[in-house]
Design a protein. Structure first.
Length: 345
């Protein structure tokens, strides 16, 4: 690894935990990781927002370890370092190119914060060797702005969570009392880097009069018009010819509704809309799935109330949110969690 990047692990302050451990010397901080990238899977992934997964799948690299440690995490076994395989920066770079060869819609870096120095070098190398598809940074948003600035020009799409407004909830479930303040500052930097959302058709779309080439962009209003009209869901379209509009650049902020926390959720999306307006998409998620490891928190052992999710959507409409994704039924299934079996590593 490049010496300047490697040195960032020697007194690690990459995330707001600021553990100050020497990860190059084997010391472990909150994320439980050394300085070598570690992952559990690298494969096509079909369960992101439609403009991220497309029909070919997002090229997701699931990194091991996590700087959040949420008690309800669906990827618990990798987040808590139970499943991990160390790889070199050179191998990570090759993985990006292999996913591109598999027709991935993008490279999707899942929980990457604690490996940013290695990811920077791997992306620079891959881009020099022909990586052309967009790169997605998929994060909890518990980020340091200085760390995100290292990624400026390398990341096309940010996919951050905004988990909590209440500091009591973020302390209770993630041991991160300062979560919202850190997350909102991080998202501000992400939006600065990416600008307003842009979309494109991968190749010429033959079914619309305003056919778009891959080099041309759709703005958010044009994308919404296509989605609402149903043109991208035409049953007569051939999957091999058409993958729908994909995101080219921009930020999608995800919020997962937790059981019994509708008021916190409404406050979050109000503040996101006040702060960012049409500069971001907001993805409202109802896919919370009770997991065995959250049994110590009785309130987390049930699913989200359907009426609460309807209230959240109505609230988003009432406050004027126009750029949003919502989820349908049957999303609270553990079957959406991929097999962390070292595929693709």
């Amino acid at each position: 690894m490049r010496e300047d990047l490697r040195n960032l692990y020697s007194n690690c302050m990459l995330c707001p935990r600021k553990c100050k451990v020497d990860r190059n010397d084997g010391e472990k901080g909150f994320c439980k990781e050394s300085s070598s990238p570690a992952a559990a899977r690298a494969a096509l992934h079909f369960w992101e927002e439609p403009c991220i997964s497309g029909r070919s799948g997002s090229g997701a690299v699931f990194f091991s370890g996590c700087n959040m440690g949420c008690v309800f995490c669906q990827n618990y076994e990798i987040a808590h370092d139970e499943v991990r395989k160390e790889i070199t920066v050179e191998r990570l770079s090759d993985i990006f190119l292999e996913l591109q060869d598999k027709k991935a819609a993008n490279i999707n870096l899942v929980t990457p914060t604690h490996f940013v120095p290695g990811i920077v070098e791997a992306l620079e190398s891959a881009k020099n060797k022909g990586l052309k598809i967009p790169v997605v940074y998929n994060t909890s948003s518990y980020e340091n702005v200085d760390t995100l600035k290292m990624l400026d020009g390398l990341i096309d799409i940010y996919l951050p969570d905004c988990k909590y407004y209440s500091s009591e909830l973020s302390l209770k479930y993630s041991k991160a009392e300062d979560y919202f303040d850190k997350a909102i500052a991080a998202i501000e930097e992400m939006v600065r880097q990416t600008g307003k959302p842009l979309f494109y058709y991968p190749g010429v779309h033959p079914f619309l009069s305003h056919a778009q080439d891959v080099s041309k962009s759709l703005n958010a209003d044009e994308y919404n018009d296509i989605v609402i009209s149903g043109d991208n869901n035409d049953e007569n379209l051939d999957d091999s010819d058409y993958t729908g509009p994909l995101m080219k650049k921009g930020t999608i902020v995800r919020h997962l509704l937790l059981p019994g926390q509708i008021e916190d959720s409404m406050e979050i999306i109000r503040r996101l809309h006040d702060r960012f307006d049409d500069s971001v998409y907001i993805s409202l998620m109802n896919q919370y799935t009770p997991m065995p490891h959250s049994a110590a928190f009785p309130e987390l052992t049930r699913k989200v109330n359907e009426s609460d999710y309807d209230r959240l959507i109505d609230h988003a409409i009432d406050i004027g949110i126009e750029y949003a994704f919502i989820q349908g039924d049957e999303t609270d299934k553990s079957s959406f969690i991929p097999a962390f079996d070292y595929t693709g590593l």
